[in-house]
Design a protein around this ligand. Sequence first.
Ligand SMILES: [Zn+2]
Length: 662
Amino acid sequence: MARTSPASIPPAPAATDRPYLVERVGEAAVVQVYADGFRDLPLREKTLIWHLAQAAIAGRDIFYDQRYAHNLEMRDVLEAVVGQEGRQPQAGPIAAVERYTKLFWINTGPYNNHTARKFVLECTPAEFRDLVHAAERRGAAFPLRDGETLDALLDRLEPFFFDPDVDPTVTSKTPPPGHDILTASANNLYVDVTSSDLIGFVEEYGLNSRLVKREGGRLVEEVYRVGEIYGAQIGAIVRHLDAAIPYATEAMAAALRALITFYTTGRRSDREAYDIAWLQDKASPVDTINGFIEVYLDARSIKGAWEALVFYVNREKTHQIQSIAANAQWFEDHMPWDARYRKAGAKGITANAIDVVIEAGDSGPITPVGINLPNDQAIRERHGSKSVSLSNVIEAYDKSTIPELRSEFSWSDEETARATKWSAFAAELTTNMHEVIGHGSGRVSEHLAVSPPEALKEQYSAIEESRADLVALYFLPEAKLAELGLFAEEDHHDIVLAEYEAYVRNALVQLRRVRQGSQIEEDHMRNRQLIAQWLMANTAAIEVRQRDGKTYYVMVDAGAFRDGVGRLLSEVMRIKAEGDYDAARALVERYGVHFDPRLRDEVVARVERLNLPSYTAFVMPRLTASRDEAGAIIDVEISYPLDLATQMLEYSAATRHTRARP
Ligand SMILES: [Zn+2]
């Protein structure tokens, strides 16, 4: 599947006179992303992007609702309180509400994006009630149901804001013994449905529906499409996409029309037609991803979470990823796995470095750094795939990262120096390889009757992300990369060391994100833990060392590392190709899920001492259209809000009219 979040630790910020790091909110850093190339685009492309950006904002509330059924009401209440407080620094209960609201926006609801765990409002219910009533006296509106008083609304929502034991986990792929992955997950993709209800049930709209158990135990698919669930938002998306078509290239216009058809019917065949049309648009300077795409939110890995991205090609940075795509067949032919799983004609692989102008839903404010689509394995094998590397997001990560995050966990000064010089470069290169030749590669067994996600269920995403990472790690030492001109041959060894060292360090440093419990939920975090722990158990590549009461994961043998990666990759490809659920589950649970909480406590203490963030959220650029008297767009200005709250309140205001009151 289809995305990479940043693993390796980027380098020190270069001297720059514009701000990247906007603020810190608890464990999160808030960073402005810049789209420098936008100003130089022709008006036609700016206008196209403007309409597509409106389509992105129009669907944002869908993902809020998918993630948690109470999210939109909770957001309305929070925004009514903080929206009127201005941007002055506050103390007391209002400070707790502002902090919670920012984390709520960053994570799209009360669940941490990386741990899937609930966080709660850190003031008393009585203090919150006072603030809400004060906001009401100032004229704020609240999402009251028919005949409902404000106090009754607050009573109803109180457990969602304050009780950590009510709906504790948004997605639970490894629930406590005796619990079911669907009922243990608080997301809104299933209502009163357990995994056993699904035995023998055939989903017609797997990707784009919510499954609800009605009275009498009957299962119903509520389809995400025009006129049905999320019909108001999808209708608005369709109108903006329609307005964009006149400004698109012919190939892109065909894809947008296919997307509108899919949003209208919701049918699988129309989604396939859209995927194919989107793949056939290989050369447009502007592109968008808009729909029910990634399946990480669903414990079953079937239901798509809504997201939208709008971006243009970054011509200067696109050489590297295009070289990898152009040589995809060479990599396919040299995969370490069984020849049965090699794709014969690695065709239709498109790749670009891009700058995002907006990301909403499942891709913002916390964004991936690389994307490869479509996720439908059958379409990928027949029609290829498209990859993007999010250049301006990667840049913003680099420029906002604190160098101590790297040095604190490096065993030696040489390791720190290599990381300073190469880890950002190596991370971007391996991200590109992960997307293009990782997710893009391989073919499944002819005996596999269902798709790999259906066969591997809740283990699928961690397995597929492992596969893509392993492909990148496996090929990094290949002389072919220097031959392609991706770097100078004399730097090759240091680049390999920098990436392998960073990968191993990350398995330790990422534990800072999971502050409760002793279990990893997020699939990319699982896959990285899996690979590092497997290498520790099965090769001599990594040593665990202690110094001054601190633990270090030290990569000591790059040859053994690479050899182990090749062996593990062969097995992971076999698991995917054969749909071997038992082997997938054993591998993920043994190496990817559990960790020692004392080790995590040590890592957390080390990052706290240095005040290092655990994850990063991004503020998007703001677009402003100017129009002539007839209403036609005559220019689109780009600016940078440098403020999360301002942007989130603007986005929420823009969709208020599509919100149906219950
Ligand atoms: Zn991926």
